[in-house]
Structures are given as structure tokens and as C-alpha cells.
Ligand binder design. Structure first.
Ligand SMILES: [Zn+2]
Length: 232
């Protein structure tokens, strides 16, 4: 792990800078019919929200999956968002945001744990592909979170390299409040927040946020409803 555990605690708003204000605006404003140009990150966020709404309702459009689209993106990609998500088989970003080929740049590890390769991949999305939005997405009933809770409760180390995941998630367990399922969900959300904090240690990512070329937002995906709730 390349990041420090001594990351300063800051709010989502401070972390995302002014860019988050655009994301927090009502969708009607973000569309900006005839008004000022819509910031790319806000437009990307709007598209993700719209796609997720279609997914929740079972009204998928399956955009950008045609032969023509495949040919369009064969030589060049311009994804609208990067998604750092858990590897869980029920949280596939392209499906839950109803996106197609070339739309999302996706990195997935259990519990969206970071290491140098993950951070380098996220930096590539910003520095080389100029992707304006980065979504860090945890989810309901995350197995990696459960394994961490079990390890801490039992005092037993997780087998093999899975202890690396437990180490990465442990600070979220310390931070989260509540009991039972509420605590479980709060650990997931705290893990999203801590992951975003740790990303600030990347000079490439933090400078992109500071210059408003990148907006980083957290999200919590509900397995039960299909809703991806953006955390602000
Ligand atoms: Zn998970």
C-alpha cells in the first residue's frame, strides 16, 4: 500500500472542491437548457443517475452496444466516468448505470481496496484519458466488509493475502457507528469516505480536483433496490 493511514479527515465537500457544488445542483440545472455550458463532471453524473434510474425500473436501454459503437471506440476511448467499485458480482457498473462500450473506465477490487496498481490506473484515467468524474462505490452486504468485521470480532487473521483487505478496511470499522445492519451499511459508507481521503495522497488526482478537472464522488449501491445513492 502506498498511502498513509494518517490522512487528514475532511468532508466530502472539501475533498471535491467547488466541483461538487455542480454535482449537488438539481438535475434541471445540470441540464442547463440554453444556459451556461454544463461542466463535464456534472453531465457525466447526470447520465449515471439517469442510467441507474432505468436500471432500478427495469427499463434498460442498453446504449452503445451496437456494431457501429464497437467500431467507433476501437481506436479511441473517451469514457465519461471512472468507477472504482467492489469486485462483487452483483455490482457491475456498466449494468447498474445502463452504460455501454467505451462509456466507463472501471477498476474493481474487493471492498475497492487501494494499492499502487489501482491508484496508478485511476491516475491514468485522469492524466491520459481526461475522465472528468471518479465514482468510488461501495455496496450493501459487501463480503469484504463482512470478512473484516468477522476478523476483528474473532481476533483471527484472514487467510492468505485477504488480510491485506482487512487491513485496508479496518479504519472504516473503527469510524462507523450503529448496530447490526445499520452498522454494516455505515462501515461500507465509511470505507468509501476513507478511500476517497486516501486518493488525495495522489498528486495527480488531488491536483486534478483542485483545478476542477476532476470531481470525486462516493456512492452506496443498494442490492435490494438497485439504487446507487451518491454520497455528499
Ligand atoms: Zn463488496
Amino acid at each position: 500500500m502506498s498511502f498513509s493511514e494518517n490522512t487528514p479527515r475532511r468532508t466530502f465537500l472539501q475533498r471535491a472542491g467547488l466541483g461538487l457544488l455542480a454535482a449537488a445542483l438539481p438535475v434541471s440545472f445540470v441540464r442547463g437548457a440554453g444556459a451556461a455550458p454544463v461542466p463535464p463532471a456534472a453531465e457525466a453524473l447526470r447520465k449515471l443517475q439517469a442510467g441507474n434510474l432505468r436500471f432500478q425500473k427495469g427499463q434498460l436501454q442498453h446504449p452503445n452496444e451496437t456494431l457501429q459503437r464497437r467500431r467507433e471506440v476501437a481506436l479511441k476511448q473517451t469514457p465519461i466516468a471512472t468507477v472504482l467499485a467492489c469486485s462483487d458480482s452483483r455490482e457491475s457498473p456498466e449494468l447498474i448505470f445502463d452504460m455501454g462500450l467505451g462509456d466507463l473506465f472501471v477498476v474493481r477490487t474487493a471492498g475497492h481496496a487501494l494499492d499502487d496498481a489501482v491508484i496508478g490506473t485511476l491516475e491514468f484515467a485522469v492524466a491520459e484519458l481526461h475522465v472528468p468524474l471518479l465514482v468510488v462505490m461501495g455496496h450493501q452486504r459487501c463480503g469484504a466488509i463482512k470478512a473484516t468485521l468477522d476478523s476483528i470480532n474473532s481476533g483471527q487473521l484472514a487467510p492468505g493475502d485477504m488480510e491485506t483487505l482487512v487491513d485496508a478496511i479496518r479504519p472504516a470499522v473503527v469510524l462507523a457507528k450503529g448496530d447490526g445492519d445499520v452498522r454494516y451499511a455505515n462501515v461500507v459508507k465509511a470505507n468509501v469516505q476513507i478511500t476517497i481521503d486516501r486518493l488525495q495522497n495522489s498528486k495527480i488526482l488531488s491536483q486534478a480536483v483542485a483545478s476542477q478537472q476532476l470531481l470525486i464522488v462516493g456512492a452506496y449501491y443498494q442490492l435490494d433496490t438497485g439504487a446507487s445513492e451518491f454520497l455528499t
